[in-house]
Design a protein around this ligand. Structure first.
Ligand code: SF4
Length: 354
């Protein structure tokens, strides 16, 4: 395994005012799934993604009609917008004029270096960053045909080629991604990229990760391993689902690793033979109501009065549920006993005071 390089060593960029790289908080992003030419629908989704915790939102610009809407979306969006461009460099130039804070392109499918250079130079003029998005499914022919290289080696070789070209042209506002759909390849590739290009901020993702359950597992394992090693400056969790499902998973990964915290943490026990209440609906209701609490606190919901307060003594506040009652506690210290039907309201009365 190559030695990883901490994210604090990467170049600090500003994406429309959002710091990325150089040890900045790991940036959460997602991508709209609406028809970009439908300005209202796309803006509605951009706002929903921002509310769900996205620092940046990516929007595809596949046509000239989408380009016209894209300018309106950039102007009205609550977060900086990234333009996703494939094949047509004129759309990239148009997106930069329209207010894109960043582009995502695969230079390999833009057509020629002349066209790539026109995009690089325009981004230099507008102050936008560019994510070079290398993908296992669209490697250059000469690299794809090499039998002597593993897939991670091919992805790294392709990335090096592009980064060297951009930097030789004097453009350094680069973010790099090299995505594969399996976790071991993703981990090996990003470890190698971090080693080979320690100054370039990395955008993490497992592409085509699947539906909510499988995609959450793949992303949590793949991106979690990398982030725990100090690799990765921004992430997108890709799910075959409504995109608003993605940022909570990204935040969950960051919160589990102690890298960022957005809201409360729920600690709830798995229940066991000592449990004398129906704990699952209580925990689910507390989780639902906690979604409206913006404070970075920890809240415990435990299934017995004997072990609950002690097992969750690290929580800021909690309830240990017994037969027909609950003990409200703070940092393991019991405050009072309440009736079962008042457990949730009493718990939130305590939370309101934090
Ligand atoms: Fe069992 Fe009590 Fe522990 Fe929950 S807190 S797992 S009910 S011992």
């Amino acid at each position: 395994m190559t030695e990883s390089v901490p994210r604090s060593a990467t170049r600090r960029l500003s994406i429309g005012g959002v710091p990325l790289g150089g040890g900045a908080p790991v940036v959460v992003q997602s991508m709209t799934s609406t028809d970009t030419a439908d300005t209202d629908a796309t803006l509605t989704q951009v706002r929903a993604l921002a509310d769900a915790g996205c620092d940046l939102v990516r929007v595809s610009v596949p046509t000239k009609a989408a380009l016209a809407s894209f300018a309106e979306i950039c102007a009205a969006a609550p977060v900086p917008i990234v333009a996703d461009i494939h094949f047509d460099y004129r759309l990239a130039l148009g997106a930069l004029d329209a207010g894109a804070a960043k582009l995502r392109i695969n230079p390999g499918n833009i057509g020629s270096w002349d066209k790539v250079d026109a995009v690089i130079d325009k981004a230099g003029e507008t102050g936008a960053a560019i994510r070079i998005g290398v993908n296992a499914g669209s490697l250059e022919d000469d690299l794809a045909a090499r039998d002597d290289l593993t897939l991670p080696e091919k992805l790294v070789a392709s990335s090096l080629r592009f980064v060297e070209h951009f930097e030789a042209r004097g453009f350094t506002s680069i973010v790099l991604s090299a995505k594969a759909h399996d976790v071991p390849t993703t981990i090996a590739t990003y470890r190698a990229l971090s080693h080979e290009l320690p100054h370039v901020p990395l955008h993490l993702g497992v592409t085509e990760a699947g539906t909510v359950r499988q995609g959450t597992i793949k992303s949590s394992v793949g991106l979690g391993v990398l982030l725990a090693e100090g690799i990765g400056d921004t992430l997108r969790v890709s799910l075959t689902a409504d995109p608003v499902e993605e940022p909570p998973v990204a935040w969950g990964i960051l919160e589990c690793l102690g890298l960022r915290r957005r809201g409360p943490e729920l600690i709830s026990c798995p229940t066991c033979g000592r449990t004398q209440v129906d704990l699952i609906p209580i925990a689910e209701e507390v989780e639902r109501r906690l979604a409206r609490v913006g404070k970075p606190i920890s809240v415990a919901v435990m299934g017995c009065v004997v072990n609950g307060p002690g097992e969750a003594s690290g929580a800021d506040v909690g309830v240990a549920c017994g037969r027909g009652c609950g003990l409200i506690f703070r940092h393991g210290e019991v405050l009072r006993k309440v009736d079962e039907d008042a457990i949730i309201d009493e718990l939130f009365a305590e939370i309101d005071q934090l």
